[in-house]
Design a protein around this ligand. Sequence first.
Ligand code: ADP
Ligand code: MG
Length: 351
Amino acid sequence: KLPGKRQTLAKYGGRHTVTVLPGDGIGPEMCKHIRNIFAAAQAPVDFEEVEVHSDQSDGDMEAAILAIERNGVAIKGNIETKHDSPQYTSRNVELRTRLDLYANILHCVSIPTIPSRHKGLDIVLMRENTEGEYSGLEHETVPGIVESIKIVTRKNINRIARMAFEYCIANGREKVTAVHKANIQKLGDGLFLEVVKEMSKEYPKIKMESMIVDNACMQLVSKPQQFDVMLMPNLYGNIISNIACGLVGGPGLVSGMNIGERYAVFETGTRNTGTSLVGKDLANPTAFIRAGVDLLRYLGCNEHADLISDALWLTLVEQKIHTKDIGGDAKASEVVNHTIENLLKLADRFA
Ligand code: ADP
Ligand code: MG
């Protein structure tokens, strides 16, 4: 449940319009699965698809941003970022900064039948999504010397910290762990820590602790059950989120929300492209399906969200239809088809 007031989204004929950015890699095939599942669940959602890829073509980014501004919401696959040339800057990052999607929120929960190193995890990862190391400001001042600029602002730390504490209240959570490296980055991470500490005084019922990022990584892989809500600047948040996703079963399982004051974009938690899996019907669709569920909840379609979420749970936990990444031999389409069959049965029962 997201705290605070959200804008009322336009609905035409009782239906929402959602922007879809299929992106690269497995994104397009996953978006097809989402469409089929939404149709079976009779979710009141129409999709407006916009193609954006790593290769810049005129105006596609503008079209995507306009569509999201108009609809308020989007679901997306990852847009590949080639890292061999500085001319390819990440379009995923551009989207997040231009739409000011300042909070990246992942919920990593252990699923009983899915093999993992630790049991009983229930961690919320709250990552600052717009500044820090992702400023995109790098220069080679003289040959062989590069400056990469990390920018942090009180204003942006303030709003992500506010989101973390309010999220705790809205969801009955008890502890915020602020992850930092203020022993080395005295000013930048120092400011982060100071703002979080200050704000925690406004929330006496929520415990607040701080943990240096290296220790946080070690604690996560050895005793992850100690964590409740982890609050993190951008880059540490990226790394810690991937550790947490790995702990509950990998890139195919967890969804991620990108939330701002006005817009919201839903995607997979680890934002993989999955290039090697394309067209093989192998990629685990769970993370995308859960992104769809998050989207429906955001739209206030809670019954449809529950229906899909329960149907997916039956598929993964009761029927143990598992793709290769989690030790099974099912195809992606089998997970999707079972989920659809399950939700049709569940919907019948309520009819
Ligand atoms: P690349 O960018 O090289 O394609 P990714 O970052 O997309 O790799 O993915 C990292 C790893 O996670 C790869 O081994 C990929 O196969 C795996 N992976 C990504 N998405 C999924 C998925 N939905 N199901 C199963 N494995 C996945
Ligand atoms: Mg990748």
